[in-house]
Design a protein around this ligand. Structure first.
Ligand SMILES: *Cc1c(COP(=O)(O)O)cnc(C)c1O
Length: 378
């Protein structure tokens, strides 16, 4: 007997599928009948539909969000020894793409309110080797892009947005993915727009850069069997594109539903008198948050999480160890204490379930359990 069985899933993709099963079925059937699996009409149609949703000039689909980052850095010619500034509080792929090119990830600490890189620290991290900045719109909240762009312009650096968690988010009225030179998206199943497997996409308003990404994703060739540059094989499958086209049509509504559930959490936390016990996600003016995750924080995170698990409330931790302390980056010679705010966030963050299909009683159960934990404490 499992006394800890969750009362409801952390993320319910089966509920989402139930709603769109017929549409997905006919999209898959269409691709199977065509027997065209690599690029082709489905992929270019998806690229066009994605561009018009985001409001960018070009979109180039690829095999994953990680590859979107790698292709973007290759497109701006990041080389061994170059430095790229980013946050240590993100998924591995952000700094991984930099390191894969033998460039150096240079970390700056985060803003504790937003969990995004503290753009005020960028200036002091710039050296003559700095080539680019990768702001991450973590959990669906846009980074402080005014400051990022100011610093980038002053030092002639490229801005590559990691928008993997933030499709549909906007900053000062402009969609993420249009705020830098290139924008990187992921269609990993748990993202707000998730495929039936891996997928990714690069956005840009620069046609020449879009063309470079297109060439790089197909072995560095424009013309079959003639290679101009060293590229890779990183294409979005036609099957994924067809499925993502269906889901893209639902995305604006799903995003509103996520935002409504975030508002509902805020109301419930206030009603249960919990706002002095846990910190709720920031929502800075001008930034539209799309809540890929709803992340609260508490110094008692581990105990709280254990208690919630015993009450059947599923939670996750993004991320338990910041990148500068990961074994893979030991050669960067960082130690505990180098980025104290990122380190503290890693100890205190707790992600609660948030998705369009999440129901009010489930949210009430989650917040009630948190209230029970603190009632037993104080
Ligand atoms: C998911 C994610 C990626 C990488 O996406 P994949 O499609 O899984 O390769 C990159 N950066 C961040 C912040 C992510 O959350």
């Amino acid at each position: 007997m499992d006394g800890d069985a969750p009362l409801f899933p952390y993320l319910d993709l089966r509920a989402q599928f139930a709603e769109i099963a017929v549409e997905i079925g006919s999209a898959v059937q269409r691709v199977m009948e065509s027997q065209k699996f690599i690029l082709g009409h489905e992929v270019s149609a998806f690229e066009e539909e994605f561009s018009s949703l985001v409001g960018c000039a070009s979109a180039v689909a690829c095999a994953s969000g990680s590859d979107a980052l790698l292709l973007s850095l290759m497109a701006i010619d990041i080389r061994p020894g170059d430095e790229v500034i980013t946050t240590p509080f993100t998924f591995i792929a952000t700094a991984g793409a930099v390191a894969r090119l033998k460039a150096r990830p240079v970390f700056v600490d985060i803003n504790e309110e937003t969990f995004n890189l503290d753009a005020q620290l960028l200036e002091s991290a710039v050296t003559p080797r700095t080539r680019a900045i990768i702001p991450v719109h973590l959990f669906g909240l846009p980074a402080d892009m005014d400051t990022v762009r100011e610093v980038a312009a002053r030092h002639d650096l490229a801005v590559v947005e990691d928008a993997a968690q933030a499709v549909g988010a906007s900053y000062a009225g402009a969609a993420v993915g249009t705020l830098g030179k290139l924008g990187c998206f992921s269609f990993f199943p748990s993202k707000n727009l998730g495929g039936a497997g891996d997928g990714g996409l690069v956005t840009t308003n620069d046609f020449a850069l879009a063309e470079r990404v297109r060439i790089l994703r197909t072995h560095g060739s424009r013309r079959k069997y003639y290679y101009e540059v060293l590229g890779m094989n990183s294409r979005l499958d036609a099957l994924q594109a067809a499925i993502l086209r269906v889901k893209l049509g639902h995305l604006p509504r799903w995003t509103r539903m996520r935002q409504l559930r975030a508002e509902r959490y805020r109301r419930l936390f206030a009603e249960y008198g919990l706002t002095n016990h846990v910190r709720l996600p920031a929502s800075p003016p001008g930034a539209v948050h799309v809540y890929n995750q709803f992340v609260i924080r508490s110094p008692e995170r581990d105990d709280l999480r254990g208690f919630l698990k015993s009450r059947g409330i599923p939670t996750e931790i993004y991320y338990p160890l910041p990148l500068h302390l990961q074994p893979v980056f030991s050669y960067l010679d960082h130690r505990a204490g180098d980025f104290p705010k990122a380190e503290r966030a890693s100890r205190e963050v707790l992600a609660l379930p948030i998705y369009p299909e999440l129901e009010e009683p489930q949210q009430v159960a989650a917040v009630q359990a948190i209230a029970n934990y603190f009632a037993g404490r104080t």
